[in-house]
Ligand binder design. Sequence first.
Ligand SMILES: Cc1ncc(COP(=O)(O)O)c(C=O)c1O
Length: 384
Amino acid sequence: MKIPFNKPYLTTKAEHYLLDAYRSYQHCGNHKWNLRCIDYLKKRFHFREVFLVPSGTAALEMGVFLCGLKPGDEVILPSYTFSSTATAVLLAGANPIFCEVEPNTMNIDTNCIPKLITKNTKLILPIDYAGIPCDINRIEKIAADHNLSVFVDSAQSLSSRTSTGDYVGTSSDLAAFSFHETKNFTCGEGGALVVNKEEWIDRAFILQEKGTDRKQVLDGLKSKYGWVDIGSSYLLSDILASALYSQLESIDFITNARRKITDSYLTSLKPFEDAGFIKLPRPPKECSLNHHAFFVIFDSKENKSQFLKTLKTEFNVSAYIGYQPLHSSAKGLSLGYKPDDLPITQDLASRIVRLPFYTELGLNRDHLNYTVFSIISVLNSIYQ
Ligand SMILES: Cc1ncc(COP(=O)(O)O)c(C=O)c1O
């Protein structure tokens, strides 16, 4: 048996919707399937305004431009994230200020944020790692005390709920989501920028449309549109939006399937955690998760490497290392960071593993049992 690390889930309705979109002769953004997805996302998750964009990366870029960052401005973000989070900051001309993460969630350590705030700080940009919501209430309190904006990179966490019971992306000024094929709900490549800050919505329509006021023409307010601001082509093709809609309709089904994987991993790995060999994720109790991913932090990087290698070679099961911390990556070093600047992140990143996680795995009991059996066998061989 071969167990991949990730596999996109195919919905049955997608083919029908894709054909409809294709035959409509309306393939660019702002058409039927885009509008359906936007309406669905707004109604289900209570987002103020939603912009469907070509990727989570594009959502991050559009969002930082919307924040109006200037050269010299500083943005606080975790070092433990995907490159896109920091690249967006650099594209806006601002400086990324990397913060430590904490091991229960691998999200930004909110205790470290206040020490990083200077007169140049404009934005806090946390992420929701593995679909676990960051401590948004604490972050928003810090931001309010220092008059900062909050933009959450929620690429992995659509439909998770924070400790107050709110869906992620509803309370911050901005939130970015990804519909990349590695995410729970996917159209191959795609994303969404949620804008909750009322004053930024009109400009967001302009940034999305290559810096033009085309929205006013679409709304029948003008007969011609013109160039009024910066922007880019931040629109999702209606063909992809049709596939995305079939996934959004299946959110509950997909989430229930994925919950089974979390439950199996938690139950079977607990004895190894109790024995002190590994550490499992510990999301705040009040949160509810979208079951995006599952990570294990090993007691040493040697045992982590041994685990990955044996799982692959002896059982044909693919697990994955986590992110390389950005502060100690080639680009981070060129910005002046040293690996020891964030020792906690550096250490955790060297010991973390992400286990196989995809919807079909939760739907196939044999495959899930084999995966768990393989993982346990390798752990037993390491810690016998
Ligand atoms: C935290 C985070 N931010 C941003 C992205 C980028 O999303 P996309 O691949 O849709 O551009 C990802 C994708 O893996 C991510 O995990």
